[in-house]
Design a protein. Structure first.
Length: 410
């Protein structure tokens, strides 16, 4: 119980001290003192000033005309140095005994070399791999007689029949082939013409064997996949070059994500990615970054990043949404625990343990943040011990001490 009372007393004293310092700062006393400088022409003549009214300056001893206090000498050694915008310049070193540290719950951590891995989480949209799309076209004019695969979304295997097309020109070409069959040279030319129209070797051999032209030509699936587009029906008139079907091989898919430009320094081809979708919550799909867009989206200020993901069981479907996690290996870095860092606007600082008693503020230049650690570019070195808890109590004491020293002219 006594320890609790003592701790409450320490906290109350610190709070009162901070409140007093804030009061002095808010009423302009500290600012007035820090802002005061001898005029350019007074560098050697102005020797004395009032501790309570620093604007009162005299070249000889005397009393302050405002408050009556004795004027005190201005020590040249206390002249202000160059200004700095670093936060630690406005703080002071503080001494905290081991027993007090224990009561405050103050702990220390180390600045150390460690391997940092950055993780970025973002949404992802599943798309068909465009390099695995197959367009089924017809190379002759004719009419669709029969559809063997008539449903959008139907799965077909490589070599399965898709549709048959009747073409008068094809019938004439077959008849021409049969006419010149006994002439090796002409037969070779007629055979090549049929092959250019996607007539298979088996169909040509059957034509030579039976001597009967086939009324229609059958088109077969060029690869295994799902029919994602169908632009025809039975009886449809087709022209040479017209697209009839589109097949998608989904054994590998794309996952497109949008990343902010601040993440671009870490994005590289081959970076590993883990993907989760609500349709398969127990499974984590893995892949690698295969493409990074060259420009940003002007509306969202993001860049599109594509991941190629193996999908052998076809569990990922186009237009699914999921959560992607990108992992970036930053290598070996000098790092500080993020719990030790105090950030104020553009600045960051920490308190370094000097000798087991003294805590000294140190301005930091930080790099990447990963795994609960900040990369340290400047301000501390490997092996330094820093405060990782009770930081704000130390910060309050340091600010208060700095304010008191400023007021007292120390």
């Amino acid at each position: 119980m006594k320890k609790v009372i003592k701790l409450l007393c320490v906290v109350a004293l610190l709070a009162a001290a901070v409140a007093g310092a804030v009061f002095l700062v808010s009423h302009g006393y500290v600012k007035a003192l820090l802002a005061w400088r001898p005029a350019a022409g007074e560098a050697h003549d102005a020797k004395y000033h009032c501790p309570m009214h620093p604007t009162v300056v005299s070249d000889k001893p005397g009393d302050c005309p405002i408050c009556g206090m004795k004027l005190v000498p201005i020590e040249p050694s206390k002249a202000d140095g160059p200004k700095t915008d670093k936060r630690a310049a406005a703080l002071a070193s503080v001494s905290v005994a081991p027993a007090v540290r224990e009561r405050m719950g103050l702990t220390l951590g180390a600045v150390e070399k460690r391997r940092l891995t950055r993780e970025i989480r973002t949404s992802a949209r599943i798309l068909a791999d465009e390099t695995r799309l197959y367009h089924v076209n017809v190379k002759i004019d004719g009419y669709v007689e029969k559809l063997f695969a008539a449903t959008t979304g139907q799965f077909v295997k490589q070599g399965d029949p898709l549709l048959s097309v009747y073409s008068p020109a094809l019938v004439s070409a077959q008849q021409e082939y049969l006419t010149v069959l006994n002439d090796a040279g002409l037969a070779a030319a007629a055979r090549k013409r049929l092959a250019l129209w996607d007539i298979t070797d088996e169909q040509i051999a059957r034509l030579a064997q039976t001597g009967q032209p086939e009324r229609s030509v059958t088109l077969f699936a060029p690869a295994s996949g799902w029919i994602i587009e169908r632009d025809i029906a039975a009886g449809h008139r087709v022209q040479a070059g017209e697209q009839l079907l589109v097949l998608a091989d989904l054994s590998s898919v794309w996952a497109d994500s949008d990343l902010f430009q601040s993440d671009l320094p870490f994005v590289k081809l081959g970076v590993p990615v883990a993907l989760n979708v609500s349709a398969a919550p127990e499974t984590t799909f893995t892949g690698k970054v295969s493409f990074v867009a060259a420009t940003l989206d002007p509306a969202t200020r993001t860049v599109r990043v594509r991941t190629e993901i193996p999908n052998p069981e076809q569990r990922l479907k186009p237009e699914m949404y999921g959560v992607a996690r990108l992992f970036f290996d930053l290598g070996e870095k000098t790092a500080i625990p993020d719990s030790a860092v105090i950030r104020t606007g553009l600045h960051a600082y920490a308190f370094r343990d000097v000798d087991g008693t003294t805590l000294e503020p140190a301005d930091l230049t930080l790099g990447a943040h990963a795994d609960g650690w900040f990369e340290v570019i400047g301000g501390l070195k490997e092996g330094d011990r820093v405060v990782t808890s009770a930081n704000f109590l130390v910060d309050s004491e340091s600010s208060m001490k700095a304010a008191i020293e400023a007021l007292s002219g120390k």
